[in-house]
Design a protein around this ligand. Structure first.
Ligand code: TRP
Length: 446
């Protein structure tokens, strides 16, 4: 298989595509509830630290491999390994990434389906003057209804895969251009509202005053996993996007932008959501339903609340859409690399992800008490282990490949940050990121 000729249309298009991959459920839905379960500020501090020390350097490693290889992830790894005179078994890192995104996309599509449900409910006026208890009870009722959940999961997956079928560098650019600025405006409105609520001070304190006593190995592992998840790093999905990156664009500058945009979205939604949590005397550790219960309540007492709420779910849907497109791309590119036509590859991925997603759907009703590992039901398993263990493991292998296998001149050119920038990046990956990943993985698995 030869080099891909597909390219993002411009430098801006590349940054938007990677931001689109990064900003999604991870920032708006996952960050608040995982922070809620892990004590708040301590988790936030660790997560930001991991983004800087691990997430960013490994993200650069991942994208530069794709950019240097210009093929599907597995093929890029094999091709570059061959050039370096090393084993082509490195291709299995690409396959491992494929398994990881497969598992993640299966639950991601289900949860994104919840936003479709909530968008429609908002348009129908279901949340006008809704009482907090009512909103919580409605969410429970929705979760207990596998048919409605399956319908939304199906719809969302079809939405995603129809873009993937057409090739990601068409179409995605326009979607991102429209969505990202609007998302920020809406979050700003929400945060402004949050400052007027009684829970605001408590939320700020809870998010920004870390307590060391709240830190244990589990919290550290979760924070590391979340840093990878939110940046979309560790599963070769950004490697697939790197293959389409134009020449003459500095990689560190591009990913630096992405990280800032990504963290900001998480912080803004955290402030918005926890202000409601504390205003209403709710439990921050309420779990995956946190966002879906708090936001309708927050908007209910705002003027034109339903209009804002509807816009919010629409934007959330667009944000998750661009992320799930990124999750699907490496699988489709991988099958294409094996000689499949894009249409057939897309069809196979769609059907398999859909089927696996049904197990997540049923985890909220029929299979709720069927435990697969350490007391976790299927949804609890698939929404934690791939992110918290597989992504860091994949990231570790990607980092090792980039700094010890890939020939220096190839990496230097693909990073495009000059010799000093290159030396700094490589030193950080070698002496900080890699040891840190090993340390956290080993200590938490023991
Ligand atoms: N970063 C996305 C989010 O926060 C999820 C995501 C997109 C992802 N592509 C990925 C996670 C690749 C891991 C790997 O919602």
């Amino acid at each position: 298989m030869n080099e891909t000729l597909e390219r993002w249309g411009s430098q801006r298009a590349f940054i938007l595509a990677v931001t689109g991959a990064a900003v999604g459920l991870g920032n708006i839905w996952r960050f608040p509830y995982v922070a809620g379960e892990n004590g708040g500020a301590a988790f936030l501090a660790l997560y930001v630290g991991f983004v800087v020390l691990l997430g960013l350097p490994v993200m650069m490693a991942e994208i530069l491999i794709g950019r240097a290889g210009r093929r599907s992830p597995s093929q890029s790894l094999a091709h570059l390994a061959r050039q370096a005179g090393q084993s082509t078994h490195w291709r299995w890192v690409g396959s491992f990434g494929g398994v990881t995104v497969f598992l993640i996309l299966s639950f991601y599509s289900v949860v994104s389906g919840w936003s479709i449900e909530y968008l429609v409910a908002t348009i129908n006026g279901s949340f006008v003057d809704a009482a907090p208890d009512q909103v919580a009870a409605d969410f429970e009722r929705f979760l207990a209804d596998p048919l409605r959940m399956t319908f939304n999961h199906t719809l969302f997956l079809l939405l995603t895969m129809s873009v993937v079928a057409a090739g990601v560098s068409n179409g995605l650019e326009k979607l991102n251009n429209l969505m990202m600025p609007l998302l920020y405006v809406l979050l700003a409105v929400l945060v402004f509202h949050a400052t007027t609520t009684v829970g605001f001070a408590q939320a700020m304190d809870w998010l920004f005053t870390p307590e060391l006593s709240a830190v244990n190995p589990g919290v550290v592992l979760n924070a590391m996993g979340h840093a990878f998840f939110t940046l979309a790093v560790g599963a070769c999905a950004l490697m697939a996007y790197g293959a389409y990156m134009p020449d003459h664009q500095s990689l560190p500058r591009a990913v630096g932008m992405v990280a800032i945009l990504d963290i900001t979205v998480a912080l803004l939604s955290g402030i918005a959501i926890f202000s409601v949590v504390f205003s209403q005397g709710m439990d921050p550790a309420a779990g995956p339903g946190l966002m879906f219960v708090t936001l309708p309540i927050a908007f209910a007492d705002m003027p034109l609340g339903s209009v804002w709420l509807g816009m919010f779910f629409l934007l959330l849907l667009m944000a998750t859409w661009t992320s799930s497109i990124n999750l699907a791309e490496p699988m489709v590119a991988g099958l294409q690399g094996l000689g499949w036509r894009r249409s057939r590859a897309t069809a196979l991925v769609t059907v398999s992800v859909w089927l696996l997603g049904l197990l997540s759907v049923l985890s909220f009703s029929t299979l709720a008490d069927v435990h697969w590992l350490a007391g976790r039901n299927f949804f609890e398993l698939v929404s934690t282990v791939p992110s918290d263990v597989f992504l860091p493991l994949g990231g570790l292998l990607i980092a090792i490949f980039a700094v010890w296998v890939l020939p220096r001149d190839i990496a230097l050119r693909a990073l495009d940050a000059g010799p000093n920038g290159f030396r700094l990046w490589r030193a950080v990956v070698r002496y900080i990121s890699i040891p840190l990943m090993c340390l956290v993985l080993i200590s938490s698995l023991i």
